[in-house]
Design a protein around this ligand. Structure first.
Ligand code: HH2
Length: 266
């Protein structure tokens, strides 16, 4: 057991979209989104990741105006109560989200570090090959671990020199990756951790888990998601991005406090 496990943060997914692959349409209404956010807080979430545009394979892009309309009221309502990140790769949306109270930019394009530097907020550099519309058509790598690792480190190092106060790296599971690429990256998480940057990973209910679990749909991927989050925690990641907050918080607490001996009742 490493020290990191005790402190694995749980980032809760809150998509204010009609078309996200799992929670699409559930929280389009501001009140429903804020209620889900408050529920996640009660469940022990550390950060809530608010998104206004689906990045699922083949998703249609959304305008900045529409994305802002979806996310800003939700961020404004939740940020007094919990840390909020904005899941966007549009500078105009991320800047407005920071104004509304977000303190972390979760950037699947890994391109917004200058904004994070000037706004003095945290930044997640996620790796993606291509863009969501086309990324799953025929992703190709020579050595997927090496290429994703080196590309993230280059972006992260640049962000530090730009003055970003908090830099995370994320291998971007499912973003321009085949099943084999995803599995190789998950198997090599420890290599990313050794870079010294805090690592986050998002596997929650993703398609490759459905395939690995025998062809099950998103509704039936909780067990596989939890198992994979636990694996990631054993490898030393600092944060897992999940839909199922209560169950993941329980799993991380069990690992971090209960099963290490620290939590053994006297
Ligand atoms: N995955 C999704 C969205 N944002 N951000 C990071 N840093 N890492 C991820 O793995 C990641 C992410 C996709 O999941 P979800 O938001 O549930 O679906 P959708 O893109 O359909 O809204």
């Amino acid at each position: 057991m490493t020290d990191g496990q005790a402190g694995v943060l749980v980032m809760g997914v809150l998509n204010v979209t009609p078309d996200s692959f799992f929670d699409g349409g559930r929280y389009l209404d501001v009140d429903a989104a804020v209620a889900r956010g408050m529920e996640m807080i009660a469940e022990g979430v550390d950060i809530i990741d608010v998104g206004g545009e689906s990045t699922r394979p083949g998703a249609d892009p959304v305008t900045a105006d529409e994305e802002r309309r979806r996310v800003l009221p939700v961020i404004a309502a939740l940020s007094p109560h919990v840390r909020v990140s904005i899941d966007s790769s549009k500078a105009a949306v991320a800047a407005a989200a920071v104004e509304a109270g977000a303190t972390l930019i979760n950037d699947v394009s890994a391109s917004l570090s200058p904004l994070a530097a000037s706004a003095k907020v945290g930044w997640v550099a996620m790796h993606m090959q291509g863009n969501p519309r086309t990324m799953q058509r025929s992703p190709e790598y020579g050595d997927v671990v090496l290429e994703v690792h080196d590309s993230l480190l280059e972006r992260a190092n640049r962000a530090l020199t730009e003055g970003v106060p908090e830099v995370w790296i994320d291998p971007g599971i499912g973003f321009g990756k085949t099943l084999e690429h995803n599995v190789r990256l998950l198997g090599a998480l420890e290599r990313f951790v050794r870079s010294g940057y805090p690592v986050m990973v998002g596997v929650s209910r993703k398609q490759f888990l459905g395939t690995l679990a025998g062809g099950v749909g998103p509704e039936e991927r909780l067990d596989a998601s939890l198992a994979t989050a636990v694996w990631a925690a054993t490898q030393g990641v600092g944060m897992v991005r999940v839909h199922d907050v209560a169950q993941t918080v329980m799993a991380m607490r069990l690992m971090g406090e209960r099963l290490t001996g620290e939590g053994v009742p006297a």
